[in-house]
Design a binder for this molecule. Sequence first.
Ligand SMILES: Cc1ncc(COP(=O)(O)O)c(C=O)c1O
Length: 442
Amino acid sequence: MTSSSGPSKTQALYRKAKTLIPGGTQLLSKRPEQFAPDQWPAYYREAHGCTVIDLDGREYLDMSIMGIGSCLLGYRDPDVTEAVVQRIQHGSMCTLNNPEEVELAGLLIDIHPWADQVRYARAGGESMAIAARIARAATKRNLVAICGYHGWHDWYLAANLGQESALDGHLLPGLSPNGVPTSLGGTILPFEYNRLDQLEAIVARHRGDLAAVIMEPTRSSDPAPGFLEGVRSLCDETGAVLVFDEISVGWRLILGGAHRKYNVEPDIAVFAKAISNGHAMAAVIGRAAVMQAAQESFISSTYWTEGVGPTAAIATIRKMQRIDVPSHVADIGNRWRAGLESLSGKHGVPMTFSGHPAISKFAFDHPDSLALETLFTVRMLNHGILAATALYATLAHQPEHVDRYLTAANEIFPELRQAIENHNAATRIGGPIHHTGFRRLT
Ligand SMILES: Cc1ncc(COP(=O)(O)O)c(C=O)c1O
């Protein structure tokens, strides 16, 4: 780790940001408060591979969420960067359309032969709003059954109208629907993953009104036998559109959507994040019979036509066709988890693990878990490592990066053990405990 002396420019800028930008950042998951308030570096000057350099010139190994899963090949991937720079030099925007969007459509449909047509956006949440709109337009129905997190838009947050905790079990707790028209209340019907009985109950009550079932094909565990097939059958029976949200899990378990691993085909699949390795891009792909409804509802936006996103997606997908990224990230994730499991036993620090190896998570199995997590993160920062409770493994991570992380963790775990014994993790942090879920910054 290189460091610079003097007051931290990174921390000072974030203090200023909070006076100018409500909530400090544009994405909840990038708030330093989610990791270690007042200590986590909010800003980067440079990022490449799995290396991040903050505004003070401090260099970190990123063993955390890697751009919230947006950079599966690692930061500033050379092949993607080269393609993008060329597109920029030729002009990334003009009155006419970029031909890459047609090439990308062909590529996506080749990988997903059940799909016939494609629409684009630039972010995950907005592409899910497009999918929900298309499904409602195609079926001329209103109600949507959902499982999991699908972004910030009105259609989804409507689930929390009336009952603010309806989405709490779906990745992000505490999502406030303030500002969402109350008239949307009752339009979104949540069910839990692997609970086909819950979806059956929704179908029994709303059979002729269900426009869509919108869910991730998997998030942290494999589907129970028959679960995805059961969802597919219920959609077939009722005429609801089955939408798989592949924004976070797509490309990580297998090339293309994770649904390919489970052999269950949706009517629409949505990709963003890793599809374009750090450049804004999202794709909604689907069967022609459903996608044609996009012509009968107004869905249109200027920057959905710029050329960098599709160019980055083509370069990213072509690279993933050449290199077996899913095997690599599974190996890295498994090595990380096995190493931590062994440290947990060695030092008597109780931990639990969850998630696919490609997006692996741990928790300290203790009432002081939030304080222990924050203490761990703060101590890892001193070792020049960005570490949280999840690792989004990437192609840029090599076994030696995991080993460096585990060597540092091995030095930190004895203090965690002491903190557990003395019930004083919170007082060791040197700042506040990290936040979880959505809440207002004071
Ligand atoms: C499954 C899923 N859907 C939708 C989104 C929203 O994507 P974005 O943050 O690009 O709007 C996310 C983001 O984490 C996600 O994990």
